[in-house]
Structure formats: C-alpha cells, structure tokens
Design a protein around this ligand. Structure first.
Ligand SMILES: [Zn+2]
Length: 346
C-alpha cells in the first residue's frame, strides 16, 4: 500500500474491532443501525504527527448501503467512486492543522450492517506523480514464463504516458484491503485499486507492477518497465509487488508465497536483480506494509528466490500480453519467448 502514517484510534462503541495496537488499527469495522446517531468512529493523527504537504484525506473501504455516509472533518467528499457491493474510495478536502475526525451518518440505513474502513491516507489532492514522458510501448518489456492475468483480462482502464525504467530492485507490499474470495472478486478489486490510485491518489495508473490474489493469481499492474508509484522516494527502477489483504492479521497462504517466489525468480532471471535489492516496503518508508505476517517470511522468500529450485510449473506459461510484443494469451507465438525466458534460468 502507499505510505501511510500511524493512525490514532478513538475507540467508541460503534467500532467492532480495531486490530492490534500500534498497527494502524485497520480494518475498522463499524456496526451501523437504522436510526443511529452520527458517531465519530476514527481520528487521523494529530497535526504534529502528520506528514506535511497534504490537503486531502483519501478513505477506502466498504459502504454497502448508499444511504450511509462518511464525513471527514465534518465534510462530505469532493470526489468518490463506489463499485458494486459498496467497495468505495472517497476524497475529502482538509486543512493542515485541523482535527481529522471520521464520522459515520447511519440514521438512514435500511438495516443493521457493517461498514468497513480499510485505510485512510493523507494526500495532496492534486496528486504527486509527475507528468510522464513517453508513450506506452513494448520497448524493453519481456515475455514471462508463468500465468499472468493481464490488464485486458481484468478490465484495466487504458493508460498512456508512462515514465520508463529499467527494473533494478523490487519491493513487497500488501494492499491493506480485503481478501477477495475468488478470481472474479479479485478482478473487481483490481479495477477498484486502479480507480483509487488514478482518481483518488491522482496517480497515472495503478501504483503496483504486480498484484497477487489470495488464490495465488498474479495480476499485471503497470508494465514492469514503467516507473511505479508504491514506495515514496524509492520508485525509480523499483518493481512493486502487492498482495491483496491486510497481513498485520491475515494469514499468508502458501500459494501467495509461491507467487511471490515466481515473480522474484522472473525479476532475477530477466533483469539480473540480486538479493540485496529485494525489499519489504517498511524497509524503505515509515509504514507497517507489507504487514507483520508477510514480513516474517522475508528470509524464507529470499532463500527460495535466490537459492531455491525453480518450480517446474514456472515454465508452463500461458503467453504474453500482445502489447509486450508477444502473442495473445495462449497463442503459439508466445511459446518461443517462453522458452527463451526459461533458458535464462539455471
Ligand atoms: Zn506498501
């Protein structure tokens, strides 16, 4: 997830579960009942604890009932988007130094239910990612040797204007969001994350290069040779890999670890990235990302990526994205590239 500062919890009766102390307290689960009074359920860091340069708060979570509203510092959002099922992001204009309370207005709720807040970021509403330089193109991109859910398959909005990079390091994240139950839900979450990063954070595209679902599916984010937006001040030549879920508490599935290893082996083989250039986000920025439960597996991941065997199924590729200069998914044209990629490995 993008860098986020520690959150000061305000525990009120409306909060069902606030997560472990000192772990930013997400996700917040708030029970809402018809006729309930407005309740302050959350408070962002006091002014002296905040990063400077923000003028907006970006919330994301689940608001299943459109009659229920969230306010920050007493204000309604100036921009927001809600996906099917209530997955939402919303941006609120705020002033430096004012208290940043989050209020739930649930009086008009149709029935008792739970509102979830997965995270709250202090952002510059205009966005921080600089204007990009080059058109989208296949230059420098590579075919991969494992199944990837390409952008077209998950319904990515088209993007152009990337700044190109040469991958020289990679960084592990968690989304600090939900863990989708199946492939369709994971595809929907990809569309949500892209929307939040583009229209909420104001970035060019989804910030990550790859996102892994709880089922172990690997989703394409930005092209691997396009500069990402996932580790503030460390984005140049840095490939961002994120896992759907909040791994301060969520258990790490074996297929998720396998997917991280597969991506790591690809980055090592195709770009010569070494062990010293593999990071957890918290090693670069002040953040809990990628969560304690993934962070605890970093040494195991290093061992498998840089010293372990390459799994046989890694070579059972399904094809490359046409925009990467390969054939369509499953097409014969990609196989030569797959073999080429495979031959790079030991
Ligand atoms: Zn992160």
């Amino acid at each position: 997830m993008p860098i986020m500062k520690m959150i000061l919890m305000v525990c009120v009766s409306a909060v069902l579960w606030a997560g472990p102390a000192g772990a930013a307290g997400y996700p917040l689960r708030i029970k809402v009942s018809p006729g309930a009074k407005a309740a302050v359920v959350h408070e962002l860091p006091s002014p002296e604890e905040r990063v400077s340069g923000y003028d907006a708060v970006l919330l994301n979570g689940e608001l299943p009932d459109p009659a229920v509203k969230l306010r920050v510092a007493g204000r309604d959002p100036y921009a927001s988007e809600t996906f099917p099922g209530g997955r939402f992001w919303a941006k609120y204009r705020v002033s430096a130094g004012e208290p940043l309370t989050v209020t739930v207005l649930g009086a008009a709720a149709a029935s008792e239910h739970v509102v979830v807040i997965y995270g709250a970021d202090l952002i510059s509403g205009a966005g921080r990612e600089g204007a990009a330089a080059a058109p989208y193109g296949p230059e420098g991109t590579k075919a991969v040797f494992f199944p990837v859910v390409w952008r077209a398959a998950w319904g990515a909005a088209p993007v152009s204007g990337y700044t190109w990079q040469t991958p020289r390091k990679f960084t592990l994240h968690h989304t600090a969001g939900p863990r989708p139950a199946d492939r369709a839900a994971a595809e929907a979450e990809m569309r949500f994350i892209q929307s939040q990063h583009r229209n909420g954070n104001g970035w060019l595209d989804i910030g990550y290069h790859f996102v892994i679902s709880p089922q172990g599916d690997i989703f394409e984010g930005r092209p691997v040779n396009a500069q990402g937006a996932h580790a503030q001040n460390y984005n140049v030549d840095n490939v961002g890999i994120s896992v759907m879920g909040n791994y301060m508490n969520d258990p790490v599935a074996p297929q998720v670890l396998d997917a991280i290893v597969r991506l790591g082996q690809y980055l090592k083989a195709d770009f010569g990235i070494g062990e010293g250039a593999f990071f957890a986000h918290r090693q670069l920025n002040s953040t809990a990302c990628p969560g304690d439960n993934i962070y605890a597996r970093m040494q195991e991941l290093r061992d498998r990526i840089f010293r372990g065997p390459v799994p046989a199924e890694a070579f059972r590729g399904v094809g490359a994205d046409p925009s990467f200069g390969g054939a369509a998914a499953g097409g014969q044209g990609a196989l030569g590239q797959l073999l080429g990629a495979a031959s790079v490995l030991e």
